[in-house]
Write a protein that binds this ligand. Sequence first.
Ligand code: GLA
Length: 377
Amino acid sequence: MTISAKFHELFGAAPEVIAAAPGRVNLIGEHVDFSDGFVLPFAIADRTTAAISKRSDRIIRVASIQRRCEIFTSTLDEFAPMKKGKWERYLLGVLWAMEITQGVDLLIDGHVPVGAGLSSSAALECSIAVAINDLFDCGHSIEQLARIAQRAENAYVGMPCGIMDQSVSLMAREGSALLLDCRDLSTRHIPFDVASHGLELLIIDTQVHHALVDGGYAERRGDCEKVSAIMGVKALRDLTMSELQSRKSEITPTQFLRARHGVSEMERVRAGVDALERNDFDTFGELINQTHTSLRDDYTVSCPELDLSVETAQSLGALGARMIGGGFGGSAIAIVKADHSKTISEAIAQGFANKNYKKPRFFTSLPSTGARVIRQG
Ligand code: GLA
């Protein structure tokens, strides 16, 4: 049944607007968006769809096809940031951040794997933000929508994420990765054409589910901010590696490692973009290998399942492999020769079985387009 038909069945009329937004993988530039850094994610083909209609009162009714269409009812007067709860707060958070003054009926159909480090939450937020923007004719730019969706997650959900996931979900273009300057949200679209080079981007979902609201993410972000404050700069973006090294004694050993990840990662993004612009996937692969090491050893957000995936891919000839996203679980990526992809996935699956880990899942995706209104009623 289509989302439109399901919406009709649940709420008694067809939706006025339907919009969809994708999840993402991040090629390089991890844990630097909140440090005003550059990141290079792309939108995956999997997306979340939101169908929505205005109501004439202040009631909000929301449901999800993946949650048996059980209707959750609230009102505009009950908005309460940071209220504990489930997935509804991601959704209510966007309605709150968009400052709507009229009730809505909202149905979600989510196809971005949840907890897999592929930004299902940003896909959810951005599908709703785009739908509301259209429904109420708010006239927000995509940069404003990205900031609104981030505010929903920061202030309403309580997850202090950066701006990367929401931006790429809104701004991505088919065939390209998005080079995003997280300071001013300016972008460049960098073609990422692995297929014509006989390569494939393998995505390995370890099935270890992370809960980024749980503190490890915020603690590290806090360390990066403390280092910037101590060094007298606005963000790690404004610090060079030699400045960081020379003032090492002013910060704790842990803060030094966190900041070393941030500063070195920003250098790798620059080098990575140069490599991609020359279609030099060998150099690019080497850079993402270095990113993994830095995330594992300096930033300490990897986990045994991610390390096993990455090491197996690297030992079987992947050009590069690394964990992606917030970490502590979720997915890894590997740039592999297309005809090696199956051998590498099988070896990773076997390695997981040997260690009694959960069975991993494998996907691939080409860079896809950002959020769109797909139908107006
Ligand atoms: C999560 C956050 C992003 C970003 C990544 C790490 O996905 O939502 O803002 O910080 O982690 O790069």
